[in-house]
Design a protein around this ligand. Structure first.
Ligand code: SF4
Length: 494
């Protein structure tokens, strides 16, 4: 299928509610909005594909294009690996103008694949197209196919050059590459009725490791977590799992839908953020597994585990409830976090004074509406100046957002906590909820806020440091003499 046809097919995604609500013409145009002149454009499709695939940890990721494309997208999320480190090595064909003029692209690509395989012996090489190599018409598929045959290692072409669209589209194209070349290419010999796949989980700051032990306690096995801390062969055998849970609604929805069509794997969308959402996700996994043939006792085991874990997590959260109850949080994130984190925080009595619905689907928005007392607290996107006015006006005690807006909060002398992909703390599962609340508590009660909000010493009417210095007649006289001498020396030299 050509790239254009593939992109058009993704725009028609029937599992997406937003898409279903559109007419045929609107669907053809896709989901990207025209850019605002002067505004940052966000990641390109290649960036989106790299975000989804790079956390596959034992694979070599080779970027076929100019060096800057790799620099732009390399490891820009905080995904974690429990073993291999190859995924964090940077491989690129580093195409220059001369290579383009001399038609060296395909040769360089083949050579790069050979060098990688000889030096690292990876289970597979993922090769990414970029704008330049797609525009000059390198026969990407043919090179990958030939290299695969010659070296006996799967070489997977990822067709998501930057110009085809947005980062979200790139996420979906990465899912297509997995479907076309990876999933179903390996038959594991240890298939069980308790196998599940977790799709769209990136294992940021290692947070999936807070969830996996819960699944294992119930006897479930994660056949593949796509892509967080994934191994190539696990994904290649993902078609044997009985149930798919989709964690991030926009990124891999097409993958989930097509896996159901091709291999009959039922899927649901859930979240591991917050106590009740984690419990609900466990319940849904158990229910679907039983429906697919697992023993019924799993349902009882799940309820017992949920009861134990919820009792334990509320005991651990109790001290924070007293410290944080009534605190006002402004949530400037998007997508699934816009509702899952709201639910989590409301559980401990925190008031949500605003949540952004940017990048949220209609389903996400409906969930937010059900959770918030006042619908006006949900906003699409707030201009930086409005965010600043809100925070400087003391309308929130803390802002939770991504790194890009942190300086607005810091300028308004308001605590801020990173809850996006670059964060360093894991927030998933029951223990992740405790960690998130602990971090909010640490940020709000950090003594630094009292210090930065106090007037600067030089603004104090009397008793501040400058006033004290002014009182020191000797110090003032000494400084004046020194300044006069220095100035005279300098002028003399001239
Ligand atoms: S837009 Fe094109 S050139 Fe720029 S980083 Fe993306 S793939 Fe590379």
């Amino acid at each position: 299928m050509s790239s254009q046809a593939r992109v058009q097919a993704l725009f028609q995604e029937p599992a997406c509610e937003t898409n279903r609500a559109k007419d045929a013409n609107a669907r053809k145009k896709g989901c990207s909005k025209p850019l605002t002149p002067g505004a940052a454009a966000g990641g390109c499709a290649f960036d989106g594909a790299k975000i989804v695939l790079q956390p596959v940890t034992d694979v070599a990721h080779l970027i076929h294009g100019p060096l800057a494309c790799e620099g732009n997208s390399w490891d820009n999320r905080g995904a974690a690996s429990s073993g291999p480190g190859l995924w964090r090595m940077s491989f690129t064909t580093d195409l220059t103008e001369l290579d383009v003029v001399m038609g060296q692209g395909e040769k360089k690509l083949f050579k790069a694949i050979r060098e990688i395989i000889e030096a690292h012996r990876p289970p597979a090489v993922f090769v990414y197209a970029t704008c330049v190599t797609a525009l000059i018409g390198d026969d990407f598929d043919a090179v990958c196919f030939r290299a695969s045959e010659r070296f006996g290692t799967p070489v997977v072409p990822v067709h998501a050059p930057g110009f085809v669209g947005s980062k979200n589209l790139g996420n979906k194209l990465a899912g297509e590459a997995l479907l076309d070349h990876v999933i179903g290419s390996h038959e594991p010999d240890d298939v069980s009725p308790m196998d599940v796949n977790i799709l769209g989980e990136f294992n940021l700051a290692g947070e999936f490791w807070m969830v996996k032990p819960l699944l294992e306690k119930l006897g479930m096995r994660v056949r593949a977590c796509v892509p967080g801390d994934a191994r190539y062969l696990d994904i290649a055998g993902a078609h044997t799992a009985r149930v798919n849970m989709m964690v991030c609604s926009t990124a891999l929805i097409t993958l989930a839908r097509k896996m159901e069509e091709r291999w009959g794997i039922p899927w649901f969308e859930g979240s591991f953020y917050g106590v009740s959402d984690t419990s609900e996700a466990l319940r849904q996994l158990a229910t679907l597994l039983v429906r697919e043939g697992a023993e019924r006792a799993l349902l009882d085991r799940t309820e017992i585990l949920i009861a134990e874990e919820e009792a334990r997590v509320w005991r651990r959260l109790e001290p924070y409830r007293k410290r944080l109850s009534g605190k006002r949080v402004l949530l400037n994130t998007g997508g699934v976090k816009s509702w899952s984190v709201v639910a989590a925080l409301q559980e401990i009595g925190v008031e949500i004074v605003g949540t952004s619905t940017k990048k949220s689907t209609d389903e996400d928005k409906a969930r937010i509406k059900a959770l918030l007392k006042d619908e006006k607290h949900a906003f699409d996107a707030m201009a930086p100046r409005d965010l600043y006015a809100m925070l400087a006006g003391g309308k929130a005690d803390i802002m939770l957002s991504g790194g890009r807006t942190q300086f607005i909060a810091l300028k308004a002398k308001t605590p801020w906590l990173d809850i996006n992909q670059e964060r360093h703390h894991p927030y998933a599962g029951y223990d992740g909820m405790v960690e998130m609340v602990r971090q909010i508590d640490l940020a709000i009660h950090n003594p630094v806020w009292e210090a930065v909000r106090a007037p600067a010493p030089w603004d104090l009417p009397a008793g501040g440091r400058i006033a004290a210095v002014d009182d020191d007649a000797d110090f003032v006289a000494r400084t004046r003499r020194k300044f006069a001498a220095t100035t005279a020396d300098d002028m003399g030299e001239c």
